[in-house]
Design a protein around this ligand. Structure first.
Ligand code: ADP
Ligand code: ZN
Ligand code: ZN
Length: 798
């Protein structure tokens, strides 16, 4: 009993052993709390906060993470028969800033701490510890009989040990294939003195890696002959490429960011920055300078981008400036490569990490600057598993590591700009494009006039003429079909009226089944009207058409002119890149596509961009419809002006007077913001309220409906009888609105029916929403248990 003896000595010396607070890697909300484990002497000093450990949990060797350590109290030890930590994974340790994020993110997302930790762990499947080896003691028949009576598992183990010792083997390996003895069993035998346990492989992977990295860094720094590192020396890194002289706006932005990088260390003003500037105004250049300043101070930088595959140019620019210090974290890499890159970052060998959403958890040990490029992009919101928003997580992480945060966008999210105007974020603006680049003129074409003139096609006469002119000049054209929310709403072709919900001011969506219009927030329904409710015209119709039809119209009008097409069908068949490459090589003068090409619009020979159905995304069933449309169209319009030749943008729409389209035409973010924020306030949508969403899905619609109806009833009951939130008596008590259930915007996915409940709390009602949802979840499982066939997923801030 060498192990036990040592522990006893420790106690005699008056030193209480420390306990590890462990979060177990198990997908169960009820078990999502700290469990205490004893730290055996052999692992003392290695079980630290942030370490991955393996422990016995319900008799199974299970992964967990150490959230913290605490000194054992007599009560704790008495209350629980504490089990030991079995093994420590020495190959990584999560930093304190990431650990601090764990409970916060679990709360924000209604997820579990284990969900969060799983995201922070190295990519790929967990590495299990190697085998245990037992040194057999003296199991005799008597002992076996004794154990047999109470514990079959132990008896079996002893029988095998006994056989082993009869064969004069000194030890028996009892884990691995066919072994699989639960550590708890081994412990019981050991406690009874029947076996002596020696854990020959208590540690996993590479040991003491951070130390080794530090040593290495110090060695390089003290050796003048080696490559200079940015860790200790700020002036030795000359730019590899000539850099443009900054514009006054850029200079100012860099100045403020540099100042903040100093201040952040002293714990001064830590408000995030919003860098607002149109596409091509030089935001990336500002990022680059700020990154360099951070590195010069021995800190590291993290650049989040919406989609890594779409940023090859940015990547090239960063590699030019920062060389091998750049690490790219993205899901496109194979598992092994991702793990390697992750470990490189963890060892502190990459000073700049570029990645999409999940890179917000990159294990950078000296993080000093976090940039969220295109911060308004919906792809920062994780939709399945843990529903976190990378921008929010970035800001919270920055608070814990003293990093400066920069959110960059040409069209900031409404919430973000609101924060900037209210002073909670610091606003930096780039008002012009450097080198006199101009934003292209935007022409808005009223498609109602086309109908009046007898043109029933998808392309207006104006746009066709503009295309023809480009063909004559041997330039290129992109025709972009806005397909978001396509074909599902009902519009009057004469006056442009779209049928909306009388209760929610959200466009009604056409469902073929039952020939009815539905509201996806409150489930209001009505028949498809035969005449326009506004002008009584009979020209009311479902809005629908595809890229193929545009292609046909073009071929009819311009016979013999090659046309490339890019939509989901083509993407699945051929992939996106080959088509875009062919277009880039000039194999066709015209490219027709859906939003898939909105982000790849960087072709110098393109001088005309036509947007068909510019207003389609205005009518999707979402309170952010106008905001998303503005962002999408501004992006398309901003890109067109990149060509050397002056560009032109043509927007075709049925509602040219809509404030969103007018703002796009004028490149007027401010104007759009003012109108939209006013509407949000009037209608009680975020940022003036908080929403939550409960999504029910399953293969059998009646079951899905029952679940959704039960939840709705529970939530309505709560909202009716309990005042949720606002307990101080000074504030207005905050009510909770429950809408639905209603079919989800995409009502069926892979043969699973989807229904939605939407909750609204006025004001900053996050707490109210959270507690209502958790209470409802409890009540629902009390009533119905866990009914098979229905998946329920909760989301705050959808
Ligand atoms: P954004 O990130 O806002 O789209 P970029 O930083 O990519 O803008 O800049 C757009 C283009 O302008 C790039 O080709 C960049 O090299 C160039 N550029 C940026 N800043 C300057 C400057 N101060 N002087 C000249 N060119 C610049
Ligand atoms: Zn009408
Ligand atoms: Zn409604």
């Amino acid at each position: 009993m060498e192990l036990g003896a040592m522990e006893a000595n420790g106690r005699e010396a008056g030193r209480r052993p420390e306990l590890a607070q462990v979060i177990i890697d198990i997908p169960h909300r009820d078990l999502d709390r700290v469990f205490h484990y004893r730290i055996p002497e052999a692992l003392a000093g290695e079980v630290e906060p942030g370490r991955e450990v393996w422990v016995a949990f319900h008799g199974k060797l299970t992964r967990g993470w150490v959230l913290g350590l605490e000194v054992a109290t007599a009560e704790l030890e008495k209350a629980f028969a504490l089990q030991p930590v079995e093994a420590v994974n020495g190959s990584y340790r999560l930093g304190h800033d990431l650990l601090a994020l764990v409970p916060w993110l679990a709360r924000e997302t209604l997820g579990t701490m284990a969900d969060v930790l799983r995201l922070m762990a190295p990519p790929g499947p967990p590495v299990r510890p190697a085998a245990w080896v037992l040194l057999a003691a003296k199991p005799d028949q008597e002992a076996i009989a004794f154990w047999e009576g109470i514990d079959p598992e132990c008896a079996d183990l002893l029988r095998r040990l006994s056989r082993a010792s009869q064969r004069r083997m000194k030890y028996a390996s009892l884990t691995g294939k066919g072994g699989g003895v639960p550590p708890a069993v081994i412990d019981r035998l050991s406690d009874a003195g029947l076996v002596t346990v020696r854990r020959l492989l208590p540690k996993l992977g590479e040991r003491a890696t951070p130390e080794r990295a530090r040593e290495k860094a110090l060695k390089t720094a003290s050796n003048p002959a080696s490559k200079p590192t940015s860790i200790t020396n700020s002036n030795v890194q000359p730019p590899l490429f000539p850099e443009p002289a900054l514009t006054p706006d850029q200079k100012q932005a860099v100045h403020y960011l540099t100042e903040a990088l100093y201040a952040a260390r002293r714990g001064n003003d830590s408000r995030p920055f919003l860098l607002h500037g149109v596409t091509g105004s030089g935001k990336t250049e500002v990022y680059i300078r700020a990154i360099r300043e951070a590195l010069a101070r021995g800190r590291q930088a993290l650049l989040l981008v919406p989609e890594i595959a779409l940023t090859p140019q940015t990547e090239r620019r960063l590699r030019e400036r920062f060389g091998s210090k750049v690490a790219l974290l993205h899901s496109g890499l194979a598992d092994a490569a991702r793990r390697q890159e992750w470990q490189r970052v963890h060892r502190g060998e990459a000073d700049l990490v570029v990645g999409a959403r999940s890179a917000v958890f990159a294990p950078l040990p000296r993080l000093g600057l976090i940039i969220v490029d295109e911060e308004h992009e919906p792809s920062y919101q994780q939709d399945n598993d843990l529903k976190y928003h990378a921008r929010e997580a970035a800001m919270e992480r920055a608070r814990h590591c003293g990093a400066v945060v920069v959110l960059g966008s040409a069209t900031p999210a409404l919430e973000t700009y609101e924060q900037a105007l209210s002073g909670r974020f610091r606003l930096l603006q780039l008002r012009q494009r450097p080198a006199g680049g101009q934003l292209p003129p935007v022409d808005v074409i009223d498609m109602r006039d086309e109908l009046a003139a007898g043109n029933k096609g998808m392309l207006s006469r104006y746009l066709l003429e503009a295309v023809e002119e480009r063909l004559r000049r041997r330039q290129q054209v992109i025709l972009y079909l806005n397909r978001r929310g396509f074909s599902t709403f009902v519009i009057c072709r004469e006056c442009g009226t779209v049928v909306t919900c009388p209760r929610c001011s959200i466009s009604l969506v056409y469902h073929r089944h039952g020939e009815q219009l539905h509201c996806h927030y409150c489930n209001f329904r009505q028949d498809v009207p035969e005449t326009c409710p506004h002008c009584r015209s009979r020209a009311i119709r479902y809005f629908g058409a595809g890229t193929q039809r545009i292609e046909e119209e073009l071929r009819a009008r311009f016979p013999g002119v090659p046309v490339l097409r890019m939509d989901r069908d083509v993407a699945e068949r051929e992939g996106i890149a080959p088509v875009l490459d062919a277009f880039g090589r000039g194999e066709a003068p015209i490219l027709v596509g859906t939003q898939m090409i909105a982000k790849g619009l960087d072709f110098p020979r393109v001088t005309l961009v036509g947007v068909l159905a510019a207003d389609a995304s205005l009518h999707i069933s979402d309170f952010r419809a106008a905001e998303r449309t503005f962002q999408l169209l501004s992006q398309v319009a901003g890109r067109a002006g990149r060509a050397r030749e002056p560009g032109q943008v043509v927007l075709q729409t049925y509602c040219p007077e809509h404030y969103c389209l007018q703002a796009v035409q004028l490149h007027d973010y401010e104007g759009f913001f003012r109108r939209e924020i006013e509407l949000r306030q009037q209608l009680g949508y975020p940022p003036f309220a908080r929403l939550a969403r409960v999504l029910f899905s399953g293969p059998e619609e009646p079951l899905v409906r029952v679940a959704a109806d039960t939840w709705a009833e529970i939530l309505r009951h709560q909202a009716g009888t309990v005042t949720i939130g606002g307990s101080s008596g000074l504030e207005e008590p905050e009510g909770l609105d429950v809408w639905g259930p209603a079919p989800a915007p995409v009502a069926k996915v892979e043969n699973r029916f989807r229904w939605l409940l939407t909750l609204r709390a006025k004001g900053d009602g996050m707490k109210a929403l959270r507690s209502a949802l958790i209470a409802a979840e409890g009540e629902y499982s009390r009533r119905r248990g866990r009914p098979a066939g229905v998946t329920i997923s909760l989301m705050l801030n959808p």
